[in-house]
Design a protein around this ligand. Structure first.
Ligand SMILES: NC(=O)c1ccc[n+]([C@@H]2O[C@H](COP(=O)([O-])OP(=O)(O)OC[C@H]3O[C@@H](n4cnc5c(N)ncnc54)[C@H](O)[C@@H]3O)[C@@H](O)[C@H]2O)c1
Ligand SMILES: CC(C)CCC[C@@H](C)[C@H]1CC[C@H]2[C@@H]3[C@H](O)C=C4C[C@@H](O)CC[C@]4(C)[C@H]3CC[C@]12C
Length: 369
């Protein structure tokens, strides 16, 4: 006998749903979650494209709100079956103060957890990050590691510190009783460097290349491997976890999963050139054009300039001591934990991921960016 038609009955909430990853999660849910009755998109800044999503069969509710405001979070969470919490300040460039990063990423996550407890929402998926693990302050490489690989996760920068604290809150909340007496089931997903349509850093590299006559100048040794993952596969993993978490709560609850796909291991710059090259840019140099000590000096000068200019203007270059250190430290993952625990397989091949990203960069040419 055919399966009874699944009556759309579920309410999902995506915090940060208007961001780079959030938008892909929202669109993926509408395309691939047939049980959805309502999709709530909660964000500090609502995007115009949300309006076009309101014409479909699923009720799309746009909620302008701030995760640091507990009452706003509780109102958005109330009545939802699943919360995907991806809102956050992804700042390694000094745009926000350490206090603000902590308030949004840590206190905001605590507010989401408390809202689930108070309103009886049982399932919470948190978008964590590779940076919860590393690279650490000692610059230790993490080479083709997995969720169980021993690694000294020691951080000083506000962003990785905030992600580590937030992830810990989410995992510790697993099993606590929500209103109504049922257990909260949580898990955390750790993407490595996400790329794809809408990636701001990729835009910055592209615009920098255009400013230098189509040339980018190598600053990172080609031997330093960085793990990257396509945004569509990260979104797909979120959708899959949200679907499987109820049936596999005993196995998946309180777990962390790296987000991965078949994207090749390359240096950060060489990987970017997979997309920027076909769009006319050239990476000059087979080795870094400047010695590392000079890059450290330039990065330090950038940090000093940022501090001096802050009362007048926000100066946030790509190169600073932290980004230089991260870029120069190998960090790649090799795991199949997500496949073993909930049957994850990348939705997009490397070829498809590459083609989609190139198409997006090419469309940037005439854009206002
Ligand atoms: N981009 C990456 O490479 C990457 C890698 C690993 C993990 N992550 C994580 O993925 C998540 C999304 O990252 P992204 O790259 O899409 O960033 P993004 O900045 O594009 O999206 C974040 C969204 O959160 C919203 N937001 C920020 N502060 C808020 C607040 N106080 N209240 C409500 N909404 C708020 C922003 O408006 C934005 O729409 C983050 O948690 C980040 O730590 C990103
Ligand atoms: C030599 C300099 C010009 C460095 C330029 C590259 C630099 C801006 C890149 C290199 C590595 C990038 C980070 C890495 O992909 C992982 C993450 C974790 C994620 O949670 C947020 C983004 C972040 C920090 C990337 C930011 C940009 C970085 C530092």
């Amino acid at each position: 006998m055919a399966e009874p038609a699944q009556v759309p009955s579920l309410v999902y909430l995506v915090t940060g749903g208007c961001g780079f990853l959030g938008e892909h999660i929202v669109r993926m849910l509408l395309e691939r979650e047939p049980r959805l009755r309502e999709l709530r998109v909660f964000d500090l800044h609502l995007s115009p494209w949300l309006e076009e999503l309101k014409t479909g069969p699923v009720q799309v509710t746009a909620i302008q709100g701030d995760v640091t405001q507990a009452h706003e979070v509780a109102a958005a969470v109330a009545g939802s079956h699943v919360v995907i919490h991806t809102a956050g300040l992804v700042d390694v460039f000094g745009k926000a103060s350490p206090q603000t990063i902590h308030r949004v990423n840590v206190q905001g996550t605590q507010n989401v957890i408390e809202a689930c407890m108070q309103t009886g929402t049982q399932f919470l998926i948190y978008t964590s990050s590779m940076e919860v693990v590393g690279p650490n302050v000692k610059g230790h490489p993490f080479y083709r590691g997995n969720e169980d690989t021993p690694y000294e996760a020691v951080h000083r920068h506000p962003y990785p510190c905030s992600k580590a604290l937030a992830e810990q809150l989410v995992l510790e909340a697993n099993g606590r009783k929500v209103n109504g007496g049922l257990p909260l089931v949580t898990c955390a997903l750790r993407p490595t460097g996400i790329y794809g349509e809408g990636h701001q850093v990729m835009r910055d590299f592209y615009n920098q290349g255009l400013r230098f006559g189509g040339r980018l100048f190598r600053a990172i040794p080609a031997s330093v491997e960085h793990g990257r993952v396509y945004v569509g596969n990260v979104a797909w993993m979120h959708v899959l976890v949200a679907r499987e978490l109820e049936q596999r709560a005993a196995l998946m609850g309180g777990q962390v999963y790296f987000c991965y796909d078949k994207s090749p291991y390359k240096s950060y710059e060489d990987f970017n050139m997979e997309f920027l090259g076909p769009c006319g840019l050239r990476l000059i140099g087979t080795h870094p054009l400047l010695p590392y000590w000079l890059l450290v000096l330039l990065a330090t000068l950038n940090a000093l300039l940022q501090w001096l200019l802050r009362p007048l203007v926000l100066y946030t270059p790509l190169l600073n001591p932290y980004t230089l250190a991260v870029a120069n430290t190998t960090f790649t993952v090799s795991t199949n934990k997500a496949q073993r625990h909930f049957g994850y397989k990348p939705l997009f091949s490397w070829e498809e991921s590459k083609a989609r990203t190139i198409q997006w960069v090419q469309a940037l040419e005439g854009s206002a960016w």
